[in-house]
Ligand binder design. Structure first.
Ligand code: NAP
Length: 280
């Protein structure tokens, strides 16, 4: 089997590393954008060769789209329009509803399986690709009944090879959970970093005083704006809702401190401690 990875960055490159190690396919073709990233992907051995979209369509059995979500829909339509009947396509984008809705009536819809491996780091580009990025993490497959059983089986095999736990969900349910857990975490980290940078102009102080807590809380603020801005746009519906709750809770916390309501403050934090029961 030949696999084409379109967008050889953190996610595409990390997928390539694990698929190669597991001998999932005989050849990995890469469709990239900048010459620099293409050269890096080749030099690091992420892909066997760089090909054009047309060549990917002629040669690949499985096409995996790992480009930012703002260009995913156009890319997906292009490949669906030109696919051979035996080929299967998936995308690993962080939003699902808008993508699935855009191609719902496409004649080749059944060859597409919507997926989202919930794993990542704050780094991007092919040089950020690492082995075992996906190991023991959850992958969501959305609206599987809208895809061919054969296509779903191949994508399940793909994620089993990446050592992921597969869960099935409706696309809009996925977007809601992704907003409530993953996307809001990134927003709070971006806002925290921006706040600290504004209040603490002295970079030396940030470096010297940054303990483990600060570092781990702002880690996600190092993430790529090109990747995340379109995700926030596309998942606006659920994100605005969870952001309103977040802002309300922040105000409430501020009030408790301001009004010296120490007991209530402790109770608030005790309820937040409940997260330990879920994340050990
Ligand atoms: P990334 O590291 O920035 O990689 C994206 C790659 O796509 C870049 O190498 C970029 O090329 C390439 N690209 C952009 N436009 C292209 C085009 N028209 N044709 C071919 N290649 C193109 O981003 P990522 O973190 O891997 O994210 C990729 C996808 O995975 C996104 O849809 C994201 O939502 C999803 N995802 C991300 C995470 C995460 O935490 N990072 C987790 C799960 C899913 P250049 O290098 O030349 O710019």
């Amino acid at each position: 089997m030949k696999v084409a990875i379109v967008g050889i960055g953190l996610i595409g490159g990390s997928t390539a590393i694990d698929l190669r190690a597991a001998k999932f396919c005989t050849e990995i073709l890469g469709v990239g954008r900048s010459q620099q990233s293409n050269e890096t992907a080749l030099k690091l051995g992420l892909v066997d060769k760089i090909v054009t979209k047309e060549e990917a369509l002629q040669q690949a059995d499985l096409i995996i789209l790992t480009v930012p979500v703002n260009i995913l829909i156009d890319e997906l339509k292009y490949y669906l329009d030109n696919m051979q009947s035996h080929q299967v396509i998936t995308d690993m984008g962080s939003t699902k509803g808008i993508i699935i809705d855009a191609i719902q009536n496409h004649p080749n819809r059944k060859q597409y399986v919507a997926s989202h491996p919930m794993a990542g780091t704050e780094n991007s580009g092919p040089a950020a690709a690492i082995p075992h990025l996906f190991k023991d993490k959850v992958c969501i497959i959305c609206d599987k009944e809208k895809s061919d059983e054969r296509a779903v089986a191949l994508i399940e095999q793909l994620y089993q090879t990446l050592n992921m736990r597969i869960k099935y969900m409706d696309a809009h349910q996925h977007d809601m959970h992704a907003a409530y857990i993953s996307h809001i975490s990134h927003i709070s980290s971006f806002v925290l970093a921006a706040t600290v940078l504004e209040k603490e102009k002295d970079e030396e102080a940030i470096l010297e005083m940054a303990g483990g807590g600060f570092e781990s809380t702002v880690r996600l603020a190092k993430s790529s704006p090109d990747m995340w801005a379109p995700i926030f746009q596309q998942n606006k519906l659920y994100l605005l809702e969870v952001m309103d709750t977040y802002i309300e809770k922040m105000y409430h916390f501020r009030n408790l401190i301001n009004k010296n309501k120490n007991e209530e403050l402790k109770q608030f934090m005790q309820s937040a401690n409940e997260i330990r029961k879920i994340l050990k």
